[in-house]
Design a protein around this ligand. Structure first.
Ligand SMILES: Cc1ncc(COP(=O)(O)O)c(C=O)c1O
Length: 399
C-alpha cells in the first residue's frame, strides 16, 4: 500500500497534479485523440503499454483520473471504465475463468445481481449469493473453485454495512480476491483497501463525478491485479473517453466538500424521518438505531448521502410521496449535487425477482433518497410536505 502523505481533501484536489509538469496549464488538458504519433517503430513497440499509444489502451487524461482515484483509495493503481457496470463486468471477467465460482452478498446493485446470476452462467461461472452480514454463510459457500468474494458497502438501497476486516480476512484465508462496490461509501467516508480488501470499485457516475452529467466507473487496487484487469479492458474495449475523464477529474476536485455537506444533510434528513409518524423505518448508517451503527462509526468517517425509508402505507403511498416532492427530483441514479428520489422496486432493483427483493428488504414501500448539497432545512420541509399525502394509520382508525 502507498504511504499516506496528504489527507483526502488534498488528494482530491491535487491527486495527480504533478503528472505532466512539462504541460503548463494548471487544469488537466484533454488529450482528445484516439492515437499518438511515434518517431520510429522501436518507439512504437515501447509505447504499447503506455498512455501514449492508442486511447483504448490508455490516455494521459485518463491517467490523471486514475492516479487521483488510486491516491484517494490509498492503492498502488486504478483503472477507469466507460461505466460502473463496465468496471464490474470487466474485472470479474478478468479474474474468474470458465469453471470458476463467485461468492456474492445478496444486497448488491440490481445490475450486478443480473450479471452474476444471468450472464456469468453462460460463460460457465456460477455464483452463490449469501446473506450480506452473516459471515458464516460466506465461509460455508466457498468451494475449491471459488475465486472471488463480491461485496458492496453501504448496500444499495438498504444501507447495510459490511465488516471490512472480517471479509478481508475470510478472503485471505481461502486465497480469494475480495472486491467491493464502494460507490455509496466514497473514498472520503471509507477506505476498504486499508482493511485488506483487494479491489475497490466505484460507479464514478455517482459521487466521483458528482454532477449527474457523466457515466463512468473505476477499480483501484494492487498494481499486479490492475494490470490483469487492464489486459481485459483493452480487449473488451470499455475505456473512458478523454473528455469524460476530464469531467471526472474536475468533479473529483470538489469530492471532499460535496461529501462533507451530503453527510451533514443526510443525517439531518434521516433524523427527521426517524421521528415521523408516517415513516415505518429509516435506513441510515449514522443513525443510532441502525443495527450496525457501531461498525459504521468504526470504519466510516461519515454516514454518506444516501437514506432510504419505508412509508407507513402501501406501495401506492410510496409512489405518491415520491411524486409529491418538489426539491427531491424523481429520477434514478445518485451522488450528484442535487437531491434525487426513486423507488428501488421500480428502478435500481426492478430487474430482480420479487421474492429475491423481499429477502433483501427491498419492499414496495421503500423510498430511496440521494441527498444533495442544498440547504438541509429546505430538504426536510420538502419531505414534510410530501409525506402529507400519506393517510397515517391513526387518522384511518379515527374515521
Ligand atoms: C451501487 C452501484 N453500483 C454500480 C452501479 C452501476 O454503475 P453505472 O450506472 O455507472 O454503470 C450503480 C448504478 O446505479 C450503483 O448504484
Amino acid at each position: 500500500m502507498k504511504r499516506q502523505t496528504n489527507h483526502s481533501e488534498t488528494k482530491a484536489v491535487r491527486g495527480a497534479a504533478d503528472l505532466d509538469k512539462k504541460n503548463g496549464p494548471l487544469a488537466t488538458p484533454i488529450y482528445q485523440t484516439s492515437t499518438f504519433e511515434v518517431t520510429d517503430n522501436d518507439e512504437q513497440l515501447r509505447a504499447t503499454r503506455t498512455d501514449h499509444f492508442y486511447t483504448r489502451y490508455g490516455n494521459p487524461t485518463n491517467t490523471v483520473a486514475e492516479k487521483t482515484i488510486a491516491e484517494l483509495e490509498g492503492t498502488e493503481a486504478a483503472l477507469t471504465f466507460a461505466s460502473g457496470m463496465g468496471a464490474i463486468t470487466t474485472t470479474v471477467m478478468a479474474l474468474v475463468k470458465s469453471g470458476g465460482h463467485v461468492v456474492a452478498q445478496r444486497d448488491i446493485y440490481g445490475g450486478v445481481n443480473k450479471f452474476l446470476s444471468q450472464w456469468l452462467p453462460k460463460m460457465g461461472i456460477e455464483t452463490t449469493f449469501v446473506d450480506t452480514i452473516e459471515y458464516e454463510q460466506h465461509a460455508r459457500a466457498i468451494r475449491p473453485n471459488t475465486k472471488l468474494l463480491y461485496l458492496e458497502s453501504p448496500t444499495n438501497p438498504t444501507l447495510r454495512i459490511v465488516n471490512f476486516k472480517k471479509v478481508a480476512a475470510l478472503a485471505k484465508q481461502h486465497g480469494l480476491i475480495s472486491m467491493i462496490d464502494a460507490t455509496f461509501g466514497t473514498p472520503i467516508n471509507q477506505h476498504p483497501a486499508e482493511f485488506g480488501i483487494d479491489l475497490v470499485m466505484h460507479s464514478g457516475t455517482k459521487y466521483l463525478g458528482g454532477h449527474t452529467d457523466l457515466i463512468c466507473g473505476a477499480v483501484a487496487g494492487r498494481r499486479a491485479l490492475i494490470e490483469r484487469i487492464w489486459e481485459t479492458r483493452t480487449t473488451l474495449g470499455n475505456c473512458m473517453d478523454p473528455h469524460a475523464s476530464w469531467m471526472l477529474v474536475r468533479g473529483l476536485k470538489t469530492l471532499a466538500v460535496r461529501v462533507a455537506r451530503q453527510n451533514e444533510n443526510a443525517l439531518q434528513v434521516a433524523e427527521f424521518l426517524a421521528e415521523h409518524a408516517k415513516v415505518r423505518s429509516v435506513n441510515y448508517p449514522f443513525l443510532k438505531s441502525h443495527p450496525q451503527y457501531a461498525l459504521a462509526r468504526e470504519q466510516m468517517a461519515g454516514g454518506g448521502g444516501m437514506v432510504s425509508f419505508e412509508v407507513e402505507g402501501t406501495g401506492d403511498d410510496a409512489r405518491r410521496v415520491s411524486e409529491a416532492m418538489r426539491l427531491f427530483t424523481l429520477a434514478p441514479s445518485l451522488g450528484g449535487v442535487e437531491s434525487l428520489v426513486s423507488i428501488p422496486v421500480l428502478t435500481s432493483h426492478a430487474m430482480i425477482p420479487a421474492e429475491e427483493r423481499a429477502r433483501m428488504g427491498v419492499t414496495e414501500q421503500l423510498i430511496r433518497l440521494s441527498v444533495g448539497i442544498e440547504n438541509a432545512d429546505d430538504l426536510v420541509a420538502d419531505l414534510e410536505h410530501a409525506l402529507e399525502v400519506v393517510v397515517a394509520p391513526q387518522q384511518l382508525s379515527v374515521k
